[in-house]
Ligand binder design. Structure first.
Ligand code: GUN
Length: 295
């Protein structure tokens, strides 16, 4: 068996073209979805991610703005800016690019973002919504992108054994919750899991987000499994690689995502979707306040 290589760029193009229609519908009502990105310091990877977010916004017709701060910025300055953006009617999504310099507490800053504008889905309200299966919260973009890939490829989730390797707040934990909500049987493994292979070998769908190049090798994968590689690692020779040993695992899996060109393009695409959804909700709320339902 040789796996189907999932083209994340093609899925992203498809999703963006669907959402572009929704942007056009909003624009017809004189609403342009707007995203504000706060970036602190000069982490090179964060700069690349932010540039990609701005580019994707322009492609789909969203307004975006980047708010840059020096690495030693005081927390109060950032909090004041977040509060201004919360009040700004031209901005529907606000995100703080992570990681932050050590003197800043991410939880404190993320907690300042208005729940309705939290398009990263990192505010505790949105996290809690995901835990209880509330369906109007913003799902975090990377697991949302993985879910969309599975849907696009018609991969069934209900009753499947899903193993998630990596238990981060950004990917592993929300991924597990989202697939539990779709009635998968989910196991979460992480860097301290003993004998990782005894779990991964059972997976019908294996999702790896551990930040460890080459962690998953062919003997750890069930024949015919769907393998989704969320890892993005820079190798010493400058190449990008995922967490999965692509060349060996592709001979055993039924589907596999490459790195680059797999999950990566979906993360930024789902950020666009969340921002457009935030703008739609805001427009609906404004219309309702202009025309209240009679008592
Ligand atoms: N850093 C790495 N991934 C992300 C993400 O999805 N959102 C934000 N804000 N920062 C990140």
């Amino acid at each position: 068996m040789t796996a189907k290589i999932i083209d994340g760029n093609a899925v992203a193009r498809h999703v963006r073209s669907e959402w572009k229609k929704r942007v056009e519908a909003l624009k017809a009502k004189r609403v342009t979805p707007g995203l504000a990105v706060i970036i602190v310091g000069d982490n090179p990877a964060s700069r690349v991610y932010v540039r990609n977010k701005v580019k994707a916004c322009a492609e789909v017709g969203l307004h975006s703005e980047v708010h840059e701060f020096a690495a030693d910025v005081a927390p109060d300055i950032l909090i004041r800016r977040i509060r201004e953006l919360n009040q700004n009617p031209a901005i529907h999504g606000v995100l703080v690019q992570l990681p932050l310099p050590a003197h800043l507490e991410p939880r404190r800053l993320l907690g300042e973002i208005s729940v309705e504008k939290d398009v990263d889905g990192f505010h505790l309200y949105n996290v809690g919504g995901l835990v209880v299966g509330e369906n109007n919260v913003f799902p975090p973009c990377t697991p949302y992108g993985v879910q969309r890939i599975l849907e696009y490829e018609n991969i069934p989730i209900e009753g499947q054994n899903v193993v998630v390797v990596g238990a981060s707040n950004i990917v592993g934990k929300p991924m597990a919750l989202m697939l539990m909500a779709k009635d998968a049987t989910v196991s979460i493994c992480h860097i301290k899991t003993r004998d990782l292979a005894q779990y991964t070998i059972l997976a019908d769908i294996l999702i790896v987000a551990a930040g460890c190049p080459g962690l998953i090798t062919a003997p750890m994968v069930k024949r015919g499994a769907v393998v989704i590689d969320v890892g993005i690692n820079r190798l010493p020779d400058g190449r990008l690689a995922g967490d999965v040993d692509f060349e060996s695992v592709r001979k055993k899996a039924s589907h596999i995502t490459p790195v680059p060109g797999g999950v990566g393009p979906m993360t930024v695409t789902m950020l666009i979707c969340n921002t457009v959804a935030a703008a739609e909700r805001s427009a609906a709320k404004n219309a309702e306040s202009r025309n209240p339902v009679p008592a």
